[in-house]
Ligand binder design. Sequence first.
Ligand code: SF4
Length: 224
Amino acid sequence: MSQIQKLQELNEKIIRCKKCHRLASYIKKVAKEKVRRFSNEKYWGRPLSGFGDINARLLIIGLAPAAHGGNRTGRMFTGDSSGNWVARVLYEYGFATKPTSEKIGDGFSLINTYITASLRCAPPQNKPLKEEIDNCSSYLEEELSILNNVKVIVCLGKIGFDSCCKLLHIKGIKFSHGKSFTHKKWIIISTYHPSKQNTQTGRLTWKQWSGIFSKAKRILDKTK
Ligand code: SF4
């Protein structure tokens, strides 16, 4: 089976997954109730697969789809404020075709980059249970085994970072913004998550955020 077929098979498995009963019912409920500003839209309301370039050298690991972002649009980091930060910075450094990611079919695509997350279902208040993170970790593992060219892994927030460390058996390194280190064939970079909580409070500034991807780009350019 080719790598593309493996990835397609994995993604089909992910969108059918119902391992976490709490999350499976939560995302359905959100999709049914909606919020007023999106009341005319049909929500995706299912788990989300990762997306991007199968030959990606840059992998981004987020927390989970946003309840009214990815869970609505059907694509991670699409249609919410975190997605705006991700799309803009990726475009700035040549990792995306346009600086906005609003909905499927909008012409936004990733270049040399793949986006995934620790969880594929939006958790209530963005707070997953440990067992839910554990349930979803096998998907991340399978993805990484298919995405053979990944060199730099950017982890968004502590949950993304911890999932990455667990998966790669990295021990004794604590999350902090801007940390980077080499582990086997990968260079891991951690950043605060570009959630509203962080960007609107100034905990994560645009300069700090842009600096993370500037670093990733420099590393990838040097190791071509
Ligand atoms: S979070 Fe992951 S493991 Fe849990 S139901 Fe969603 S896709 Fe399945």
